[in-house]
Design a protein around this ligand. Structure first.
Ligand code: PHB
Length: 390
C-alpha cells in the first residue's frame, strides 16, 4: 500500500502538473472617482475575454482580483501591488491606467517574481524600467507621430502643442514636435499644464495669442479630455477654424454622447475605434458591451485589457502554471495575433505592442450616434519613442 502511494505521488510530481491551482491576477486601476469609467472598461475587457475563453488554462483556474487607485497615485499603487503579491499571492500584476502608477510598481517585479502586463499607461519608458513589463495598450509616441504629417498635409505650417505635464504628455509633445519640425513645420509654443488643471480658458487664450494655425494636444482620457474639448469649442477656437489634432484619448466613444457636435469632424490618431470593421472586433464588442452593461460606455481601455488577458493566458500556458516570471515574459516575445484593433505582435526588444495606428474622424451615423470613423491606416507601427526612452 505504502509503495503504491509513493509511486502515485512520484507519478504526479513527474507529470509536472501535479495540482490544479488557482492562479491569481491582480489588476490595479481607477474603479471609483472621476476616472471610474476607465477602470470599468478594464473590467469589461477582462470579463469579455474570460466569457469567450473560459476561466481555466490547462488544469489551472484564473481568478482576477481588483484594487482601486482612483487618480494617479504612485504610493498607493505601490502599496496595493505589495499587498496583492504578499497577501493575495498574485502571480501576475496587470491594469495600470496612469503612468506614475505603473512606474511605481516596476521595482517590485523582480523580487516578487511577477510579470506586469500594462493595459493602458502610455509613456514609452515604462518598459525600460524592468524586463518583466509587457504592454498591450499603446504609447503616445505611437498615437501622436502620424498626426504631424496629417497636419502638414492640410497645409498647416505653425502649430502649438498643449499637453499634461507628466510622462505621456511630454512624450506626446516630443513625438509631435519631432515629426512636425522634421517635415518642415514649426511648433511656435509648447505648453505643459499640471495634470490637475480643469480650467482651460486661460490655455485657450494663450492658443489664440500664439498665432498658431492649429493645435496639437494630449491629456489623459476622462473628465480631463472632455473639459478640454468643451473649452476649445466654448472659447471659439473650433468656430475660428483652428483645428485640434490629438491622440484618440480625446474622442473616446464613452464621451461622444456628451460632446455631440462639439467633437464632429475632429481627427485623432489611435490604435482602436469601437467602430473598427472586423470579425474579431464584432465578437469583442458584443462580449464587452454585455460585460459593461451600458453599451455606450465601451471605450479603449477595454481592448488593452482584453489583449492583456490574451497575453497572460499565453504566459500561464507556457509556464504550466508555475510561477516563473522570466519564462512567462520570454514566452510572449514575438507573439502575434489578431486583436479586435487589427493585427498586433509583441516586439521582443521592447515587450511593447506593434500595431496599426489609424487616423479617425468623428462622424455621425444615420441613427444619430457619433463614432470614430477610420479614414487612414499607418500599418505595423512599433514604438517610435523607444530609442529616446533608453
Ligand atoms: C497615462 O497616464 O499613461 C495615460 C492615461 C490616460 C490616457 C493615456 C495615457 O488616456
Amino acid at each position: 500500500m505504502k509503495k503504491l502511494v509513493v509511486a502515485a505521488v512520484a507519478a504526479i510530481l513527474m507529470s509536472g502538473t501535479a495540482y490544479a491551482d488557482t492562479i491569481k491576477v491582480g489588476v490595479i486601476g481607477p474603479f471609483s472617482g472621476p476616472f471610474a469609467l476607465q477602470g470599468k472598461n478594464f473590467k469589461a475587457g477582462i470579463d469579455a475575454y474570460m466569457a469567450l475563453n473560459g476561466n481555466t488554462v490547462g488544469d489551472d483556474t484564473v481568478e482576477v482580483v481588483y484594487r482601486d487607485v482612483p487618480q494617479a497615485d504612485p504610493a498607493q499603487s505601490k502599496a496595493l501591488a505589495q499587498e496583492l503579491v504578499v497577501k493575495e499571492g498574485v502571480q501576475y500584476l496587470a491594469g495600470f491606467y496612469f503612468t506614475p502608477d505603473a512606474m511605481a510598481v516596476t521595482p517590485l517585479l523582480k523580487q516578487a517574481n511577477v510579470p506586469m502586463v500594462v493595459m493602458n499607461a502610455a509613456t514609452s519608458a515604462i518598459v525600460t524600467k524592468s524586463p518583466l513589463v509587457v504592454r498591450t495598450s499603446f504609447t503616445t509616441w505611437q498615437t501622436s507621430t502620424p498626426l504631424a504629417k496629417v497636419a502638414l498635409d492640410k497645409g498647416i505650417k505653425k502649430m502649438i502643442s498643449v499637453v499634461s505635464d507628466y510622462g505621456p504628455g511630454i512624450d506626446a509633445e516630443n513625438a509631435f514636435k519631432t515629426g512636425f519640425e522634421g517635415l518642415g513645420g514649426t511648433v511656435v509654443e509648447t505648453i505643459r499644464m499640471p495634470l490637475a488643471t480643469n480650467d482651460f480658458s486661460p490655455i485657450m487664450q494663450r492658443i489664440k495669442d500664439s498665432g498658431a494655425e492649429g493645435v496639437f494636444a494630449f491629456l489623459p482620457s476622462g473628465p480631463t479630455t472632455l473639459g478640454f474639448v468643451k473649452a476649445y469649442n466654448e472659447n471659439g477656437l473650433k468656430a475660428a477654424g483652428t483645428p485640434l489634432y490629438g491622440p484618440g484619448d480625446f474622442t473616446q466613444e464613452s464621451d461622444l454622447p456628451a460632446l455631440g457636435d462639439m467633437a464632429l469632424g475632429m481627427q485623432t490618431g489611435f490604435h482602436y475605434s469601437v467602430a473598427h470593421d472586423s470579425p474579431e472586433n464584432k465578437v469583442f464588442v458584443e462580449a464587452a458591451r454585455k460585460a459593461i452593461g451600458n453599451p455606450a460606455e465601451l471605450s479603449f481601455p477595454a481592448v488593452g485589457a482584453y489583449d492583456g488577458m490574451y497575453v497572460i493566458y499565453k504566459m500561464i500556458e507556457a509556464t504550466g502554471g508555475e510561477q516563473d516570471a522570466a519564462k512567462a515574459v520570454e514566452a510572449v516575445k514575438g507573439l502575434s495575433w489578431t486583436s479586435p484593433r487589427g493585427p498586433v505582435s509583441i516586439y521582443a526588444e521592447s515587450r511593447h505592442i506593434t500595431q496599426n495606428i489609424y487616423l479617425r474622424e468623428v462622424a455621425k451615423a444615420d441613427d444619430g450616434t457619433y463614432y470614430n470613423k477610420e479614414i487612414q491606416t499607418f500599418e505595423n507601427q512599433k514604438d517610435p519613442g523607444l530609442a529616446a526612452a533608453k
